[in-house]
Design a protein around this ligand. Structure first.
Ligand code: NAP
Length: 249
């Protein structure tokens, strides 16, 4: 009667808390990349499973009754692995994915691009860009050694950044005054970000609009087919149903 939550997001932690609060047995899984991660309540495992075969094996040996993929919308490999492992084992899978920013009131004023390379091409004429795209995606922007890029990440990347760049290390949520201050202090003329969605990192979009800073936004990758919900409450209800069915079986 165990739920495995593939995590790394606030929603994953909230779901773990809701299930543990109901005395459900939960294992949260984190990739283990962030140095000092925010930890969920309940049981925890860290690190990759070893691809689809490793995840399928883990689901069987840990007697998982329900699998929730609550990973970040841009974590495509683990979501693909979850879909394949669930199909192989017959264990029910739900995707918990917060809504994106396509419905944001300013969304039509942004330049939407499909990936990081397209984002770099779209921002080529920016003199003072602000990158909030995650540590791993920064590598695609290293050719911008000719301009004062400001980049914000949770942990420093393990590759060398151009000396004219400014690296800000912090973890959200971020409030509007703080975001506005960064745009002003670094004289930002372009914000490049991903459609992460949710409210924790959305204030920068409002600050950019108010300061007439252009926005390039990387659209979400297409998720694997399957059941998807947008809220923790819906995911919790789904888990309750799966666990009750498993108990009756
Ligand atoms: P990814 O490219 O989809 O995954 C790469 C590999 O990392 C996976 O194949 C898997 O290794 C392992 N992995 C990823 N998430 C895992 C998890 N929750 N538990 C155990 N193993 C996991 O993922 P990513 O984009 O590097 O993101 C890594 C983690 O950071 C994700 O859990 C995600 O929720 C979180 N995160 C990502 C972003 C982002 O922008 N991508 C932003 C915020 C948080 P094996 O194949 O060996 O199992």
């Amino acid at each position: 009667m165990t739920v495995l939550i593939l995590g790394g997001t606030a929603e994953a932690r909230d779901l773990a808390a809701a299930l543990v609060g109901d005395d459900r047995d939960v294992i949260s899984s984190l990739a283990g990349r962030v140095r000092d991660p925010s930890l969920p309540v309940g049981r925890l495992r860290l690190g990759g499973f070893g691809g689809v075969a490793g995840l399928a094996d883990y689901l069987r040996t840990s007697q998982v009754s329900a699998l929730v993929d609550a990973t970040h919308p841009f974590a495509t490999h683990i979501s693909g692995n979850a879909a394949s492992a669930a199909a192989q084992t017959g264990i029910p899978l739900l995707r918990l994915e917060r809504p994106g920013w396509a419905d944001h009131p300013r969304a039509s004023s942004w330049t939407w691009v499909p990936d990081v390379e397209a984002a770099r091409a779209a921002g080529e004429r920016s003199a003072r860009p602000f990158l909030t795209i995650g540590r791993q995606s920064l590598e695609a922007f290293l050719p911008w050694a000719d301009r004062p890029v400001t980049a914000r990440v949770v942990d420093r990347p393990d590759f060398t950044l151009p000396t004219c760049w400014t690296l800000l290390t912090s973890r959200g949520p971020y409030a509007y005054p703080q975001e506005r201050r960064i745009l002003i202090d670094h004289r930002i003329d372009l914000l490049i970000t991903k459609d992460s969605g949710g409210s924790h990192t959305a204030a920068k979009l409002d600050a950019a609009a108010d300061l007439h800073v252009a926005v390039v936004i990387i659209a979400r990758p297409v998720p694997p087919q399957g059941s998807v919900v947008a809220t923790v409450a819906e995911a919790k209800a789904w888990c309750d149903t799966q666990l009750n069915d498993a108990r009756r079986a």
